[in-house]
Design a binder for this molecule. Structure first.
Ligand SMILES: NC(=O)c1ccc[n+]([C@@H]2O[C@H](COP(=O)([O-])OP(=O)(O)OC[C@H]3O[C@@H](n4cnc5c(N)ncnc54)[C@H](OP(=O)(O)O)[C@@H]3O)[C@@H](O)[C@H]2O)c1
Length: 335
């Protein structure tokens, strides 16, 4: 079978190589998955660039997110059978309970083989069943972006009907946050960089959309559009640079869930005179993934796929993701 592996880490896409590999055989607690679709996340670029906080393992298969069909099971497997449609969890060791940095050191498409292969063998504890109405492409959108958005909204202070949520941009996490916020009966205020993207956000259900390029003091606009109150939840997928305005957009007692990748930028804590809660989250647990899938199934939610690339065009998928042209997820099919 073929797989894209980390041949040279720190060299960006140049270091990603398509190679032949032996077909995986299931260990006693493993299932072999025929991977039909994967999706790209920012961390996948950062791992190739050698700037992700967890270093990739040389020779490992790339990409955390994938969905496929079980084609073989080990003799001790009890959770899955041949023919099941599955996706892997982002952190294989995080089943339930609160996040710990301990689980973060073990990740698909980083420290262990990921999904940019035709087949993979995965421990049954690191898999969930896909919602039945979803295609493999839509299922491949869930493990990182979907669950991150879900965890942001249902954290220690879950979103309530009638509250409002601020989403930032049109990336995979932000679009899932918009969709989940609407499921919970919230009002959604979205900010984006272009009027064309603003139109798509409205089609997806955003109640208010602000162009942050033409309205650089967008936090004021968020307050105006929420009757002066501000939003109860911010799903902060922008950057450290957007954080102060996100805090300023938040209603008293509201929550800013800071998701964006850390960069060299700094954050001035003096903006925290605003009495809000600021929290950092990392994707979510398998239990959270299963709860999200129940909500997706019950509401027949359809993940938003921006563009699909063939397995042989995987590097084009990475490039397209890096261009920030996408609205929603970038997927890689076939293989
Ligand atoms: N903590 C976690 O567990 C976790 C999980 C997943 C992702 N993340 C992080 O969350 C962020 C969003 O992830 P994603 O997969 O949704 O990304 P994505 O698909 O690359 O989305 C990026 C989009 O965000 C908007 N944006 C606004 N301000 C930005 C800025 N300063 N820098 C970059 N983009 C900006 C842009 O949309 P517009 O043109 O519409 O403004 C851009 O297209 C990334 O930083 C990623 O590393 C963290």
């Amino acid at each position: 079978m073929q797989a894209y592996i980390f041949e040279r880490l720190g060299a960006g896409l140049e270091g990603l190589a398509l190679r032949d590999r032996a077909e995986p055989q299931p260990g006693p607690h493993e299932v072999v998955v025929d991977i039909h679709a994967r999706s790209v996340n920012n961390r996948d670029l950062r791992i190739l660039d050698g700037i992700y906080p967890v270093a990739g393992r040389p020779g490992a298969v790339a990409l955390s997110d994938g969905a496929g069909e079980v084609v073989a099971v080990g003799e001790a497997v009890s959770r899955f059978a041949v023919g099941d449609r599955v996706a892997a969890t982002y952190f294989p060791a995080w089943i339930d309970g609160p996040f710990s940095l301990r689980v973060a050191t073990d990740q698909f498409g980083c420290t262990r083989d990921g999904m940019l292969a035709e087949l993979t063998a995965v421990h049954e504890n690191a898999l969930v069943k896909l919602p039945e109405h979803l295609s493999f492409e839509e299922g491949a959108a869930l493990p990182c972006a979907g669950l991150t958005a879900w965890s942001a909204l249902i954290g220690p202070r879950p979103i309530l009907p009638g509250e409002s949520v601020l989403t930032i941009g049109t990336g995979g996490v932000a679009i899932f946050a918009l969709q989940f916020a609407k499921l919970f009966g919230a009002t959604v205020v979205s900010i984006t960089s272009s009027d064309a993207k603003a139109q798509r956000l409205r089609e997806l259900g955003a109640d208010e959309v602000i162009n942050y390029v033409t309205t650089p003091d967008w936090d004021r606009a968020v307050r105006e559009r929420t009757g002066g109150r501000g939003v109860e939840h911010v799903v902060e997928t922008g950057s450290i640079e957007t954080l102060a305005r996100s805090v300023a957009s938040t209603a008293e007692g509201g929550v800013v869930t800071f998701i964006a990748a850390l960069t060299d930028a700094t954050f001035d804590p003096r903006c925290l005179f605003n009495p809000i809660m600021l929290r950092r989250t990392y994707v979510g647990s398998r239990t959270g993934f299963e709860a999200m899938n129940r909500a997706i199934s019950a509401n027949r939610l359809q993940p938003v796929i921006s563009r699909a690339f063939e397995f042989g065009e995987a590097k084009d998928a990475y490039r397209y993701f890096a261009s920030r042209k996408q609205i929603g997820k970038v997927v890689i099919t076939g293989g």
